[in-house]
Design a binder for this molecule. Structure first.
Ligand SMILES: [Zn+2]
Length: 228
């Protein structure tokens, strides 16, 4: 079981950065919930949230939540401010494990791929949640709330979904997570009702090799494929 702590920055009396009608604490919670929802599609993942609503939590308590849970990974989500544009990622600027560096590399790269914004680089800083967590920890600053262009993107649910997707793809690659096998009661190829059997064609090829390749792929995914 991979235990992942999702930390939505700020909350409650601490709004975080504000600008362009947006509050950092709302955006971080929104993104973190999207990340958690997407990770539900993967096997062997336990999600632990530092908060799931609008409340204040001390930085040390956020780290303590992860330490008490014996988490494998800590992801802190923030929105930047102070003049600039784009995103950047942070790990602790003291001693870190090689895993921490590897996770930053892969997660940073996946976010770059998912959102087409300025890459401000992989950075290191002495942030409490990075310093006090005993497991690999990363903090992401997603765009600038006080930049009109960045804020316009942050107002789009679809863009927030893309941000979350980038984080998730990074975590999936970092930890080698596998998608859950579709658990719907009936398999897509066959549906039985009233004693009738319906088959669904998933491909038509002039070259038998291509048909065999698809059948092999389907079988690997657990579907009983046949070639006619
Ligand atoms: Zn912040």
């Amino acid at each position: 079981m991979t235990k992942i702590v999702l930390d939505a920055g700020h909350g409650g009396t601490d709004s975080g950065a504000v600008g362009n009608g947006l509050r950092e604490k709302d955006l971080t919670l929104n993104i973190v919930k999207k990340i958690g929802d997407m990770l539900k599609d993967y096997e062997g993942v336990e999600i632990i949230y530092t908060r799931t609503d609008d409340r204040f939590i001390e930085l040390s308590e956020r780290a303590a939540i992860a330490n008490r849970a014996g988490a494998d990974f800590f992801l802190s989500v923030h929105i930047n401010a102070g003049g600039g544009t784009g995103f950047e990622s942070y790990i602790y600027n003291g001693n870190v494990s090689s895993a921490t560096i590897a996770y930053q590399n892969v997660i940073h790269a996946e976010i770059v791929k998912a959102i087409n914004v300025t890459d401000r680089g992989k950075k290191r800083a002495n942030y409490a949640v990075l310093r006090e967590t005993k497991m690999p920890a990363i903090l992401i600053e997603n765009l600038f709330i006080d930049n009109a262009n960045d804020a316009a993107k942050l107002k789009s649910e679809q863009f927030l979904q893309q941000i979350a997707y980038g984080h998730v793809q990074g975590i999936v690659k970092a930890f080698g997570l596998k998608k859950k096998v579709n658990s719907t009661p009936s398999q897509p190829q066959q549906k039985v009702s009233d004693g009738k059997l319906y088959r669904v064609q998933v491909g038509a090829f002039s070259d038998r090799k291509n048909a065999e390749r698809l059948a092999e792929e389907l079988k690997k995914k657990g579907y009983p494929a046949i070639i006619v």
